[in-house]
Design a protein around this ligand. Structure first.
Ligand SMILES: O=C(O)CCC(=O)C(=O)O
Ligand SMILES: [Fe+2]
Length: 355
C-alpha cells in the first residue's frame, strides 16, 4: 500500500463540540482514514503499518546510525524531579545502555518526557534541519510528510492551533531552522534499554503555575519505527493503556442519560472526545460528569480506571499516533541483540490561557 494514497472518510460522526469533523475539502492531505482519526479523538491509538515507504525508512535508519556513530545522540530518560534539573544527565543518572538516547529536533520542551540532548547549533538551527550533519535531504523529506499529516489532524480533530502559525512556520522552515511547535527526533535503544510508564504531556491544570508558562504544549504524539522488521522475541514493545471502549455512537446526550447506568454497564462509561477543545481545557476525558486528568500523583489529577492494554511491535514503517495528554505508555526492555530505532515527535497546539 502507498502511504501517500488518499483514503476517503467512511463513517459519519455526531457533531458534538470538539468532536472530529468530516470535512470534504481536505483531499489533498488525507493520509489518515476517518477510523484512525476517530481512534485518536476518542482516546485510542492509531497504528498504521507501512505508513512510510520502506525506501524512506531505510534512508532514515542509515541517517540515524550515522548520526549515532558521530556522537549526535544523548542519553535521555524520564526525569526524576527530586534529583533536580532534567537537563543534568549525570544527576538524573541516564546511561546510554540502560536508557533511551535522543537526537533532538528542538531544544524546547514543555514536558518531563521530552528534554534530552542535541537541540540547536550555534546558528540556532534545530539539529533535524542542520544541513551539515547526516542525511539532511532525507530528514527534510520526512518532515514534509509529517507537516501534511499535521494539517489533516488539525482539520479532522478540530484543533485549529495545530497549524495556526503555519505562515510563521513556513518562514522558519525556509530558513531551515525548524519550529518549536513541532518537536522531531530520532530515538535509539540499545539492547537492555527501556522507558518507564509516562504521559508525554500533562493537563495544564495539573501542572500548577508551570501549566501556563509556555505558549504551546504537546497535542499529538507520533512514533515512526525505523527497524528492519522486528519480532516479538526482541522485546521493545510499546505498551499502551488506551481508554476502554471508545464509542463514537455516544454523544453528549447519551452521556447524560447513561450516567446512571454506570454501575451496571462499565463498558459504556466513557464518552466524548479527548483533548483540547472549546470549554474543555484538555482533560483526559469525561467519566460521566467528572473529568479524568490521568496525573494521579498530582494534587489535581485523577486516576483512570477504565483502560485496556495494547502492545505494539516496533516494526519498520509503522506509525503510531495518539493524544499526548491521554495515553499512559512505556517501552519494554529490548531483549534482543539489535538496537531499537525510531523517529518520534510531537505536534504542538496553543496552551489554553482562558476558559
Ligand atoms: O519509542 C517509542 O515507542 C515510545 C517513545 C516514547 O514514549 C517517548 O519518547 O516519549
Ligand atoms: Fe512517550
Amino acid at each position: 500500500a502507498n502511504a501517500f494514497s488518499t483514503k476517503s472518510p467512511s463513517s459519519s460522526l455526531p457533531s458534538t463540540i470538539g468532536a472530529p469533523v468530516n470535512n470534504s475539502n481536505h483531499n489533498n492531505h488525507n493520509l489518515l482514514s476517518s477510523e484512525d482519526i476517530n481512534k485518536i479523538a476518542l482516546g485510542g491509538v492509531a497504528v498504521i503499518a507501512n505508513f512510510v515507504p520502506s525506501d524512506l525508512i531505510n534512508r532514515m535508519r542509515k541517517d540515524a546510525i550515522s548520526l549515532q556513530k558521530n556522537g549526535h545522540f544523548r542519553a535521555d530518560g524520564l526525569s526524576n524531579k527530586a534529583l533536580g534539573s532534567r537537563n543534568d544527565i549525570q544527576k538524573q543518572g541516564f546511561t546510554s545502555n540502560g536508557d533511551r538516547q535522543t537526537f533532538r529536533g528542538t531544544s524546547t520542551s514543555t514536558s518531563d518526557a521530552g528534554g534530552g540532548g542535541g537541540g540547536t547549533n550555534n546558528n540556532g538551527i534545530i539539529s533535524w534541519y542542520n544541513t551539515e550533519i547526516g542525511d539532511y535531504k532525507t530528514r527534510k523529506e520526512f518532515d514534509q510528510l509529517m507537516c501534511q499529516l499535521r494539517t489533516q489532524l488539525s482539520i479532522d480533530l478540530n484543533r485549529p492551533t495545530l497549524i495556526s502559525d503555519e505562515q510563521q512556520q513556513q518562514q522558519q522552515q525556509q530558513q531551515q531552522k525548524g519550529s518549536s511547535r513541532h518537536e522531531i527526533t530520532y530515538n535509539w535503544y540499545e539492547p537492555t534499554a527501556k522507558l518507564g510508564q509516562h504521559l508525554d504531556e500533562h493537563h495544564e491544570e495539573t501542572k500548577g503555575p508551570q501549566g501556563w508558562k509556555y505558549p504551546t504544549r504537546r497535542s499529538i504524539t507520533w512514533l515512526v519505527y525505523l527497524n528492519d522488521a522486528w519480532t516479538d522475541e526482541e522485546g521493545g514493545a510499546l505498551r499502551c493503556l488506551p481508554r476502554k471502549n471508545q464509542n463514537i455512537n455516544n454523544n453528549a446526550n447519551a452521556n447524560a442519560n447513561n450516567n446512571s447506568n454506570n454501575n451496571n454497564n462499565n463498558n459504556n462509561r466513557n464518552y466524548g472526545p479527548v483533548g483540547s477543545h472549546e470549554g474543555n481545557i484538555q482533560i483526559g476525558w469525561m467519566d460521566g460528569y467528572n473529568p479524568v486528568y490521568l496525573d494521579a500523583f498530582r494534587d489535581s489529577g485523577q486516576t483512570a480506571f477504565n483502560t485496556e492494554e495494547l502492545y505494539i511491535i516496533p516494526f519498520g514503517g509503522t506509525i503510531v499516533l495518539f493524544d499526548s495528554v491521554t495515553l499512559p505508555h512505556s517501552v519494554l526492555e529490548v531483549t534482543g541483540k539489535r538496537q531499537r530505532i525510531a523517529a518520534t515527535g510531537w505536534f504542538h497546539e496553543d496552551s489554553q490561557f482562558t476558559f
